[in-house]
Design a protein around this ligand. Structure first.
Ligand code: NAD
Length: 415
């Protein structure tokens, strides 16, 4: 059988495997193997040069059995419906794993934000908010950022939504700038959550973090804050990359200085004191901990046997194909799956929504403490399920999530 490079199919493969393993009522798979609703819109925008360009955009609701749908907005040139569906489903599972009262959603615009001016980006974001306004809502579907989107984009989205609804409803979207009701600690939350999950894994599987070498693929939000937290925890960042290439230094790289270099030059490439490597090389360098933090399908049957890490922390969604995952398993490499590892982002988004709803805000220390507790509990819950079914952590996480979502569907009378 050929390798499943379609993320939606890859997601279904894991889902089916675990549903069968758990001997679940077939009605569960029947319901969750189809997204609940898909909205596709075209957004005609006047570009700065006066021309009109129409952008394709989506919003997917995968499942809302456990609460309003929640998931990010991606601005990406090759955005497609299959990947968006998978990302929406992963949000359903992720929210169930960390036990926040949400279902799963995802959305995005097929565009390259790097080639758009700020004014074009703002017009496009406002057009998207207007087009999907009836499909989202504080108790319906709450967007957030993902690849290619920023707190400023969240702010424009929120402002447009406020104008349409004639209400200031900050909880309509999360990861806003702090000045507009964003939560302290949200920007760093995904990477910080990856680190908290890794700390639990390190205790459980006896893989020390202090002194460990860490390689990250990608150097955006999730990668940077993962690298920073590992660095602060006594590990050594030795490799990082972005779309333009990568850098390697066995003696260690300062994550903050690397981020400053990237902010100035738009790439990690050329960071002083490092050897040049490719965008994908961090995946296969000699290291203890690997953090894939770019996109889907990065570890495949082509390169899986070259992976040398002992522990993989999936900051990205879907970076490993199911077939490559089996190989990692056979090789005894521990993988903290995306629906557990990178759930820190949505957890603090949930905290933001809670704070917005009560109109009272927590300190950063309070947010971090709560996040740590959620990630620890989620790891232990996943580990329990993995032991119960004698499977790896990915299947354990799917089993936990399926149990929780199935129970909500049962209680609501869907199955
Ligand atoms: P981002 O846009 O901030 O960063 C993405 C980075 O990946 C960029 O540095 C880009 O250059 C790099 N990249 C893209 N393709 C690459 C390639 N082929 N090789 C090497 N580098 C490449 O995005 P982000 O928010 O950090 O998201 C990264 C991943 O983490 C995605 O899978 C996303 O879904 C996931 N994630 C993000 C969050 C969040 O809160 N931001 C939460 C959960 C999961």
């Amino acid at each position: 059988m050929s390798e499943k490079l379609n993320p939606w199919e890859a997601q279904l493969t894991n889902l089916k495997h675990v549903s069968d393993l758990m001997n679940l009522d077939p009605a569960v798979y029947e319901v969750v193997s189809k997204p609940m609703a898909i909205l596709q819109v075209s957004l005609p925008i006047r570009m700065d040069n006066g021309s009109i360009k129409s952008f394709q955009a989506f919003r997917i609701h995968h499942n809302n059995a456990r609460g309003p749908c929640k998931g990010g907005i991606r601005y990406f040139p090759e955005l497609n419906l299959e990947t968006e569906k998978a990302l929406g489903a992963w949000m359903t599972w992720k929210n169930a794993v960390v036990n926040v009262p949400y279902g799963g959603a995802k959305g995005g615009i097929a565009c390259d934000p790097k080639t758009l001016s700020q004014a074009e980006l703002e017009r496009l974001t406002r057009a998207y908010a207007a087009a999907i306004a009836d499909f989202v809502g504080i108790d319906v579907d709450i967007p957030a950022p993902d690849v290619g989107t920023t707190p400023q984009i969240m702010a424009w989205f929120a402002d447009e939504y406020y104008k349409i609804s004639r209400r200031i409803i900050p909880g309509i979207i999360t990861a806003k700038p702090v000045e507009l009701g964003g939560s302290l600690g949200r920007t760093a939350a995904t990477g910080r959550g990856c680190y908290f999950a890794a700390v639990e894994a390190s205790r459980t599987f006896d893989i020390p973090i202090k002194g460990a070498t860490v390689a990250v693929q990608g150097y955006g939000n999730a990668a940077y804050y993962s690298a920073l937290n590992f660095h602060q925890g006594g590990a050594k960042l030795i490799a990082a990359s972005d779309t333009r290439g990568g850098v390697y230094n066995a003696e260690g790289i300062d994550p903050e200085k690397l981020m400053k270099h990237k902010a100035q030059t738009r790439s990690v490439v050329g960071f002083p004191g490092c050897d040049a490597i490719s965008s994908v090389d961090p995946l296969t360098v000699e290291c203890d901990i690997l953090v894939p933090a770019a996109l889907e399908n990065m570890i495949t049957m082509e390169n899986v046997t070259d992976v040398k890490a002992q522990l993989i922390v999936e900051a990205a969604n879907g970076p490993i194909t199911p077939e490559a995952d089996n190989v990692l398993d056979e090789r005894g490499i521990i993988c903290l799956p995306d629906i557990l590892a990178n759930a820190g982002g949505v957890t603090v988004s949930y905290f933001e929504w809670v704070q917005n709803r009560m109109g009272y805000y927590w300190s950063e220390a309070e947010v971090d403490q709560r996040l740590e507790k959620v990630m620890k509990t989620a790891f232990q819950d996943v580990y329990e399920y993995a032991k119960r079914y004698a499977v790896n952590l990915r299947y354990g996480a799917y089993a936990l999530a399926l149990d929780r979502v199935a129970e909500a569907m049962r209680l609501r009378g869907w199955i």
